[in-house]
Design a protein around this ligand. Structure first.
Ligand SMILES: *Cc1c(COP(=O)(O)O)cnc(C)c1O
Length: 341
C-alpha cells in the first residue's frame, strides 16, 4: 500500500528556524487546519507539543476536538458549531458571527486590514466591540491576515500599519488582556527584527516550504512529507511500440522496467499535464519518470523497485501543476497510512 512518511527531524528543524524569529516559543501557533496541510493532524499535533508548542490553529471544531488535550490554546478559524471549552477560541469573521455565541465563550475578532476576504471592516469595529460587550462574550484576541507577505510589495506594511493602529485602540479600550497576531509563514520571515509582542500563525513553513521573492532572502527549510507507492504490477512483455494507459500518450521505447504503483488522483496525487509527462519533466527523487497519464488509482513509472519514493519535495511538482506547494500536500488523502520517521 502507498504510504507517507513524516520526518520528525525536518519538522523540528523548521520549527527551530521559526523560533529564531520570535522572542519565545510561546508565541508560535502551528496551523494544523485541513489535516495539518495533508500531513496528518494526529501525527503532527503530538510532534508540535513535544517540541514545546502550546498553540494551534485549526479550521473546525471537529479538528479542535481531536487535539484538545494537547494544547492550552486552540484558535478555530471557521467554526461550524460551538462547544464551550477553556482552550477553544472562536473566530469572529463578520459581525453576524457575534450572534452565534453565548455568554462566556472565548472569541477572537478578525479585522480586514486589506486582504478583503473575511474579517470585520475597520469601520464596523466599534459596533462589533459594543455588541461583544453587551453579549458578555470574552474577547481574547484581535487579529488580521496578510494578503501578500511573500511578494516584494509594500502592501504588507500598509496592512501592518493599519493593524497596529487599530490594535493600539482596541488594547487600550479593552476589557481584559487580549493577544494579537497578524503574521503567517511569509510574514514571520518578512519581519526585519525578532517578533516580541505578537503570536505568529505558521503553517506552510513548519512543513518545509516558504514562498517568497528571492530578494526577501527567506531561509531554506526542509520538506517534512514524503510519498511512497508500492508496486502492484509490471508491464509484461511490452513491445517498443506499446503505449501506456489512457490516451496512450507515452511510448515504451527502450524502457525495460515499467511498473504500476498504487497511487493515483483518487489518493490526491494530481493529474500531471500531458506535456509534462511527454517531456519527462516530472522525476522522482531517484530519477524515474511517469509513463502515461495519472489514473484514479495508479501510475506507471520506469522503475522496478517494490517501494518507490514518488516525491520528498513538492516544489517542482507544484510548478509543473501550475499551483502552490500547499495544494499538492493538502490534497493527499487522509486514507493513506502515515508514519513518523
Ligand atoms: C492558513 C492560515 C495561516 C497559515 O498560513 P501559512 O502561509 O501556511 O503560514 C495563517 N492564518 C490564517 C488566518 C490562515 O487561514
Amino acid at each position: 500500500m502507498a504510504y507517507i512518511t513524516i520526518s520528525k527531524e525536518n519538522y523540528f528543524y523548521n520549527l527551530e528556524q521559526i523560533s529564531k524569529r520570535v522572542a519565545s516559543v510561546e508565541q508560535i501557533a502551528v496551523v494544523l487546519k485541513d489535516n495539518a496541510y495533508g500531513h496528518g493532524i494526529d501525527i503532527i499535533a503530538p510532534l508540535a507539543k513535544e517540541f514545546g508548542i502550546s498553540r494551534a490553529v485549526v479550521r473546525s471544531v471537529e479538528e479542535a476536538k481531536r487535539i484538545e488535550k494537547l494544547f492550552p490554546y486552540i484558535l478555530i478559524l471557521a467554526p461550524e458549531r460551538v462547544e464551550k471549552r477553556e482552550n477553544f477560541f472562536y473566530t469572529i469573521n463578520q459581525i453576524n458571527d457575534i450572534y452565534k455565541y453565548q455568554k462566556g465563550v472565548n472569541i477572537e475578532l478578525k479585522v480586514d486590514s486589506g486582504m478583503h476576504r473575511l474579517g470585520v471592516s475597520p469601520l464596523e469595529l466599534y459596533f462589533a466591540l459594543n455588541l461583544i460587550k453587551s453579549k458578555g462574550l470574552r474577547l481574547r484576541g484581535f487579529f488580521t491576515h496578510l494578503r501578500e507577505a511573500d511578494e516584494l510589495s509594500s502592501t504588507t506594511y500598509t496592512q501592518l500599519e493599519l493593524f497596529n493602529k487599530l490594535k493600539k485602540d482596541i488594547v487600550e479600550s479593552c476589557f481584559n488582556e487580549i493577544h494579537t497576531h497578524s503574521r503567517n509563514s511569509a510574514g514571520v520571515f518578512r519581519s526585519g527584527s525578532v517578533i516580541k509582542d505578537e503570536i505568529v500563525r505558521v503553517g506552510i513553513a513548519s512543513y518545509g516550504y516558504v514562498r517568497g521573492d528571492k530578494a526577501l532572502k527567506f531561509p531554506k527549510l526542509k520538506p517534512v512529507l514524503s510519498l511512497f507507492g508500492e508496486k502492484v504490477g509490471t508491464l509484461a512483455r511490452a513491445g517498443k511500440s506499446f503505449r501506456v494507459g489512457y490516451g496512450g500518450i507515452s511510448k515504451i521505447g527502450n524502457e525495460r522496467n515499467i511498473s504500476i504503483y498504487d497511487i493515483g488522483y483518487g489518493d490526491g496525487f494530481k493529474r500531471v499535464p500531458d506535456e509534462v509527462i511527454e517531456s519527462g519533466l516530472f522525476q522522482t527523487p531517484d530519477g524515474f519518470k511517469l509513463f502515461g497519464k495519472v489514473s484514479m488509482d495508479s501510475i506507471a513509472i520506469n522503475s522496478a523497485k517494490r517501494e518507490l519514493k514518488i516525491f520528498n519535495d513538492v516544489s517542482n511538482l507544484a510548478k509543473l501543476l501550475k499551483t502552490i506547494e500547499y495544494e499538492v500536500v493538502v490534497s493527499l488523502s487522509s486514507r493513506i497510512r502515515r508514519e513518523v520517521i
